[in-house]
Design a protein around this ligand. Sequence first.
Ligand code: FAD
Length: 401
Amino acid sequence: MYSPSISGVATSSISGSRIFVYEVEGMRQSSETDQTTSPIRRSGNVFIAVPYDRMNQEMRRITRMGGKIVSIRPSNDAPKTHGTVAPELGQQSQKSGETTKPMTQAQEKVQVPVNLYKPANPYIGKCISTEELVREGGDGTVRHVTIDISGGNLHYLEGQSIGIIPDGTDKNGKPHKIRLYSIASTRHGDNLDDKTVSVCVRRLEYKSPETGEKVFGVCSTFITGLEPGADVKITGPVGKEMLLPDDEDATIIMMATGTGIAPFRAYLWRMFKENNPEYKFKGLAWLFFGVAYTPNILYKEELEQLQAEFPDNFRLTYAISREQKNVDGGKMYIQNRIQENADELWNLVQKPKTHTYICGLKGMEGGIDEGMSAASSKHGVDWAAYQKQLKKDHRWHVETY
Ligand code: FAD
């Protein structure tokens, strides 16, 4: 997908893209470097020219090959011996997404790819694995599906979504329209090789109000029924609302219901599971997760393992509506947990480094607002006005469906 060139001698640049030069020591020679590079000197350092929007990916590749980055500088500041750039890299760079709006804090460092693939010409990925996430006794079907995207230029950031076009035609014989799905993997993919994207999809099923028959959603049934090896038409990526700030000391409050966990899985994996040289999370992440039954807690084992491993940086609060009771003896919904913790949350949201994210079922916001409103009013603050300002500051992020 991406083949930078390494060299001890030549110079070049990509028009229209900012180039940085990594000085790397200890890089192993391997079949990977043999294919992509000019000769690498075994002793001494090598210099690698990297476009701005590929910096993270290249860091991972270098680490994989045993290299250590000893300096990074813009190419105009580079020594004479800086790297060449492969032509295909230049093309990729020019193709990568437009940035149409003023940059937010979360977008400052990395360009946000948008609509690299459109419905008229989607990317054709291949399903490489699919796993049921609802355990015995749970309600419905939710699958974690991983798709190979190594053949093109599809890349994305945590918090973005992709469109999927299900196979087949609608009742008028026209191709089905796209449906959006939050990306559940980090930008590096579940295999950390920058070659996959994963989604977490609930199969929609409901009783037809007219006939009483069971109806299955078109696209969610298509995705949850995918077999490894099957083709998947993908558009996007899209979305800038749910991007994670680069700030390693931020407080990230996450409120999810059901598959709303998808972007938060990506955040948490980036924060705690990946060893990214440019992002070492040291802040606080607090996940509120609402589901119906314990077996419906998606990614349960991994979430609890993270909490056990990072107790100072990760808090996990479940609301299990059909099993737990709220203080009034009613069902425990996510808003009840927000209300229980409202004073602490109110203190946190006032801090400039705090971002709050809400993702999942439409309608979950009402209860959250009630809890926050009760807490803020104790201090004479009108929550609606305060929240408006938080949104303006890009610190209150909502994606519900
Ligand atoms: P369709 O065949 O399109 O059927 C949906 C239609 O069925 C509805 O429009 C409605 O008319 C009808 N319907 C649904 N429920 C009922 C009911 N109870 N009674 C009567 N009629 C009903 N989904 C995920 O699973 N995971 C995600 O990560 C995810 N992320 C999303 C991110 C965004 C930004 C958005 C906008 C949506 C996301 N969705 C996600 C939802 C997803 O896009 C689809 O809407 C969902 O999968 C249903 O699509 P479908 O083709 O299966 O259903």
